[in-house]
Design a protein around this ligand. Structure first.
Ligand SMILES: C[S@@+](CC[C@H](N)C(=O)[O-])C[C@H]1O[C@@H](n2cnc3c(N)ncnc32)[C@H](O)[C@@H]1O
Length: 420
């Protein structure tokens, strides 16, 4: 039997971990078997798994008429991969053969290779035309319901369209964003980030080796910008890894302390600082146990990350919302501790890459109720649109905003001032 095609087989293994074990792709793409694969195969396996997950509902709709009963998850995932590839221009012969081989390569599923062959051959004919008629995939119920309550049906449908469209590549410049846009052939966004429609290999872009920029979604770049001129200020980046906001603040002239609980992730902050030639003190530890006094604190708190589904279509499929109430409690405790560490009159920028108001708007409302004298400052920065302002004084950013430009990650951000 010819060897199993590595990238396709690996993408099926990744799908199994996400859909069977509830693991995120970032956790599944680890270990010796994964590391041993050639880099192009890893990239192909990741891309295939991501696109199947992004289009899971559409793959299942293509397959449904051809399956009398649901096969085991492994076989279903092979079929989903085949369906996606056939629908989006994959070479039929290669796709069908490889999928059949993957199923034949496992003793438990060998007997189903005929089924896989027959179903995928039927899809070869019909999948490309049918694909474009299928509706935009919906978010799973655990997330769709709370988002519909918060933002309404129309907004959720627009977010789902943004999730399906995926995300462009955004860069933050260390110095001159207009010059960076010209150098990489990107466009300069109104908020100062540089956007590339198609990325290719990120490390091959001009200015990577010289550390002229780092990858950071345009929405994720806004919180640090809201602090305005930070020259000479002592700023704590309270949940810093992998360091996007630390680098922004350091590049803008602040004395930054970058704090994170994870030593492994703190290693990424150090690598990023070394590549960009920027400086910050790095501390590994629990934000809730950290001591000191700061002029300003940026708290990019751990959250459900539901604002990043364009880039991480595995998230709503792997998770069922477990752990979010603990995160909400942690966010509130972090806000309270950050306020203790601020000098009188100091500013706290609180943000989360979440679409859930409990991790954004509600946190600010509750912090105001807990801390008499605490004020919300009006967020001002280039490119901020009036439509983004939320009732309690923060900014609500959503993946369906800037649709004509390619969208943005979902984020919430607010600036709080401690009484003087
Ligand atoms: C949203 S990420 C931060 C992203 C980062 N600010 C950036 O822009 O690159 C949240 C971070 O919080 C860290 N974290 C979680 N619990 C923490 C704690 N108790 N103390 C400090 N950091 C924590 C995680 O390790 C993770 O790196």
């Amino acid at each position: 039997m010819p060897p199993i095609p590595t990238a396709r087989a690996q993408s099926v293994a990744l799908l199994g971990q996400v859909l069977g074990q509830g693991r995120l792709l970032s956790d599944a793409m680890t270990g010796s078997a994964w590391e041993a694969m050639p880099a192009p195969d890893r990239a192909a396996a990741q891309r295939m798994a991501q696109e199947v997950l992004r289009n899971l509902e559409r793959c299942d709709r293509l397959l449904k008429p051809h399956l009398r009963k649901s096969p085991p998850l492994f076989v279903r995932n092979v079929l989903r991969l085949g369906a996606w590839e056939l629908a989006t221009g994959g070479a039929a012969h290669g796709v069908v053969n490889d999928c059949v081989q993957i199923v034949a390569g496992d003793r438990k599923t060998q007997s189903m290779k005929g089924l896989v062959n027959a179903v995928l051959r039927k899809l070869t004919e019909e999948a490309p035309a049918k694909w474009s008629t299928l509706r935009v995939p919906r978010l799973p119920r655990w997330l769709r319901e709370p988002l519909t309550i918060a933002w309404g049906n129309k907004a959720v449908a627009a977010m789902e369209a943004a999730h399906l469209a995926g995300a462009p590549l955004d860069l933050s410049a260390k110095a001159d964003a207009a010059a960076l846009a010209a150098a990489v052939g990107g466009s300069l966004l109104p908020t100062g980030s540089v956007r590339l429609a198609s990325a290719g290999q990120v490390s091959a872009l001009p200015g990577y080796d010289t550390g002229d920029w780092w990858v950071q979604d345009a929405a994720a770049a806004l919180p640090a910008r809201l602090l305005g001129d930070v020259t000479g200020l002592n700023i704590l980046d309270m949940c810093a890894a992998p360091g996007g906001k630390t680098m922004q603040l350091a590049a803008a002239g602040a004395n930054v302390t970058a704090l994170d609980l994870s030593e492994a992730r703190m290693g990424r902050v150090r690598e990023n600082l070394a590549r960009t030639g920027l400086e910050a003190a790095t501390v590994t530890g629990d934000a809730l146990a950290h001591d000191g006094t700061y002029d300003a604190i940026l708290l990019d708190a751990p959250c459900s990350a539901t604002g990043t589904i364009r880039r991480h279509p595995d998230l709503p499929q792997a998770k069922q919302g477990e752990g979010i109430s603990e995160l909400i409690g942690l966010q509130a405790a972090m806000i309270d501790h950050a306020l203790r560490l601020l000098a009188p009159g100091g500013r706290l920028v609180f943000c989360t890459c979440s679409l859930i108001p409990d991790e954004g708007e509600c946190q600010v409302e509750e912090a105001l109720a807990r801390h008499p004298g605490l004020e919300v400052l009006r967020p001002e920065a280039a490119g901020v649109e009036e439509a983004w302002r939320s009732e309690e004084g923060g900014l609500r950013l959503r993946p369906d905003f800037w649709a004509e430009r390619g969208g943005m990650d979902g984020f919430y951000v607010a600036i709080l001032r401690k009484p003087a």
